[in-house]
Design a protein around this ligand. Structure first.
Ligand code: FO1
Length: 308
């Protein structure tokens, strides 16, 4: 069975890892690149790297991002010089950014650079950036307009979000690799990633939403909001600041028209009825992935639900 997953950062990467454990190379992951930015003259793609390191089995276990056991000698030296040190790039992680940046400057696409890096790390699944063009998520806050990493990392997602936009999204196009993956997919899984700044950028690439909508296969979302809270990051806070309640039901509402099945945590079982009323089939289970066993169990349950 060919699976296609849409993912952003840490939560999405965990389910992608579970899916890779179940279907191996028959998994393709489309990853958000709205978080990408330039720092120290390097092209940095945090979500692509989080997914890549997680699927390669080398992600930092405590953070979910970065590489397990990485050192920060370069950062310490940079810091001593008074350079920009708020974004913690590890020594080994740095190699990824150096090589990717060289490849992009050498005329390779982001898709090609990503495939080269992932292959070298023995990742079995196919990791694809949502597009080859540079797109930048900009968050409009009570502290003004902030580039995504400035909001997320530098200001620790404390500013109040009023709105957000994806700069240059109109230039982004669905890649041939994504077109292929969508057409060959037997199911599409929306990983538990932030619906506003991880999933929405992917769906906002010209032609992406329609491409997914017209494919007649199960499309399954897993809620990143469990018991009214985000498992990681600012998703719940963003719901509230954007005037919505933070709930799995609201996630389902945002994905109505694209997704036809919804995986709901047991703790939110009372919302099953209202999600079904949106026209979705609902599967209730334990969705919190505490370890690799939990990732694989959730992935297997999803695959079995599709096969049933
Ligand atoms: N997140 C942080 O909260 N602080 C960091 O210093 C940081 C560094 C970093 C370096 C490389 C990388 O691939 C990711 C990194 N992240 C860091 C995570 C990342 O910026 C966010 O988790 C995502 O952009 C949100 O999905």
């Amino acid at each position: 069975m060919n699976l296609l997953a849409l993912a952003g950062g840490v939560g999405g990467a965990k389910l992608a890892d579970g899916l890779q454990r179940v279907v191996g190379e028959n998994l393709t992951v489309i990853v958000n690149t709205g978080d990408d930015f330039q720092l120290h003259d390097l092209y940095i793609a945090p979500d692509l790297d989080t997914v890549m390191y997680t699927l390669a089995g080398i992600a930092n276990r405590a953070n979910g991002w970065g590489i397990e056991g990485d050192t920060y000698n370069n950062l310490d030296m940079l810091s001593q010089y008074g350079g920009e040190d708020w974004f913690r790039l590890g020594d080994r992680d740095l190699a990824t950014h150096l090589l990717r940046t060289q490849m992009l400057r050498g005329g390779y696409t982001l898709t090609q650079a990503t495939q080269h890096l992932a292959r070298a790390l023995n990742v079995r699944a196919n990791i694809l950036p949502m597009c080859n063009e540079a797109v930048a998520t900009i968050v409009n806050t009570n502290a003004g307009e902030l580039a995504f990493q400035e909001y997320f990392v530098h200001r620790r997602w404390q500013p109040v979000v009023k709105s957000y936009r994806f700069h240059d999204i109109e230039k982004a196009r669905v890649t041939p690799e994504i077109q292929n993956a969508v057409q060959n997919a037997d199911a599409i899984i929306f990983c538990p990633s932030n619906p506003f700044v991880s999933i929405e950028p992917i769906l906002s690439v010209k032609g992406m939403r329609e491409l997914i909508q017209k494919t007649r296969v199960p499309k399954i979302a897993v809620s990143p909001i469990v018991g009214g809270e985000a498992l990681k990051g600012p998703a719940a806070k963003m719901f509230q600041e954007l005037g919505m309640e933070a709930s799995a039901f609201q996630v389902a509402k945002l994905l109505r028209g694209v997704v036809d099945r919804f995986v709901l945590d047991r703790i939110d079982e009372a919302q099953a009825r209202s999600i079904k009323d949106l026209g979705m089939r609902v599967w209730v289970t334990d969705t919190v992935m505490r370890d690799e066993v939990g990732r694989e169990r959730l992935a297997r349950e999803i695959v079995e639900w599709v096969n049933r």
